[in-house]
Design a protein around this ligand. Structure first.
Ligand code: BDR
Ligand code: CA
Length: 318
């Protein structure tokens, strides 16, 4: 089987952890490196969580610690959504290995430059590391096959009325990535709000018998109560539990499950009310060449089947 080489840049975080679970359950992925982001939590916490989860599932891939602050802005975290430790109330494992001696950007650079073929970067945080990498080492662009990013939204936001969390936290990094010329797949809120788990499916999850599945169910359950409610979608958040970051992997292994189109996308850097908004030219009126493949729909049942398959596969190996 021809495997897809990937680097994962993440800020675990509940849904980042579920994204790692899916990634490690798929044989078609060759995970070369994991880098951590400051995002949902401080960099020390996201790095600890990545090491802790990998230790629990017995997967030892180099974990390199990323930058501790967004490029220009002050750091914002999302402990209200993910919990103080970032993984709900769940403890995975005391890490059995340490973060790499190489900082994230060096590790990414060397991994890309030494690779025999272009590598896909899967990014599920604010893009600080990837933006800084492109700024410091523009020659790596030729070695990046594409960037699959969970972030942004064509319509609406979850951090502010107009901005999604990852884009809001480090819009300057998003700008560096959007302007890089590297192919980008954007799994924004437009599609991740459609990739949800229902209450009934949460019950099914909690009935799976492995200790791993139990922990996943507990962690997800925490998330159920912290996802934000808006006046426009009342029962929505209680009934539909989103696992945003999982789409950044799912769209690589099963692209046929997703619908999207190519658009020109820019990010608002300084907007008084719109900072971090990703402006998707979906009317196609700008005349500018599309730079992002924006996903807008997913076959939810197939997505859930993939998610459950990952819970069972990983659970059965432990
Ligand atoms: C994104 O924000 C974070 O809280 C999640 O981990 C995800 O990457 C969703 O807006
Ligand atoms: Ca994330």
């Amino acid at each position: 089987m021809k495997r897809i080489p990937i680097i994962i840049d993440c800020d675990p975080g509940i849904d980042d952890t579920m994204m790692l679970m899916l990634a490690f359950s798929r044989e078609e992925l060759d995970i070369r490196l994991i880098t951590t982001e400051a995002g949902n939590l401080t960099i020390d916490k996201t790095t600890y969580n990545a090491l802790s989860f990998l230790s629990y599932i017995n997967k030892r891939v180099e974990v390199a610690k990323g930058l501790s602050q967004p490029i220009f802005r002050q750091q914002e975290v999302a402990e209200d959504i993910h919990g103080e430790g970032g993984l709900g109330n769940v403890e995975w494992a005391v890490p059995t290995f340490e973060a790499s001696e190489r900082p994230a950007i060096q590790a990414m650079y060397e991994t890309l430059m030494q690779a025999e073929m272009p590598i896909t970067i899967v990014a599920t945080g604010p893009l600080t590391n990837v933006g800084a990498l492109l700024l410091a080492h523009p020659e790596v662009k030729a070695k990046i096959a594409r960037i699959s990013w969970m972030g942004g939204a064509a319509v609406g936001g979850n951090m502010s009325t107009t901005a999604e969390f990852n884009a809001y936290v480090d819009p300057h990094a998003v700008e560096l990535v959007m302007r890089s010329g590297v192919p980008i797949i954007m799994s924004g809120l437009d599609v991740t709000h459609k990739a949800y788990i229902t209450r009934e499916e949460m019950t099914q999850l909690s009935q799976l018998e492995t200790p791993f599945a139990q922990k996943v169910a507990n962690m997800m359950n925490f998330y159920t109560f912290t996802q934000k409610q808006t006046p426009f979608n009342p029962p929505y958040f209680e009934e539909q539990i989103r696992v945003h970051d999982v789409s950044a992997i799912a769209c690589l292994v099963h692209p046929e499950m997703y619908r999207g189109d190519d658009y020109f996308v820019e990010v608002e850097l300084e907007g008084r009310l719109t900072q971090g908004a990703t402006i998707v030219d979906y009317a196609k009126r700008s005349g500018k060449t599309p730079n992002v493949h924006v996903l807008h729909d997913v076959e939810r049942e197939k997505f859930i089947a993939l998610f459950f398959d990952a819970v069972m596969k990983i659970g059965n190996t432990l």
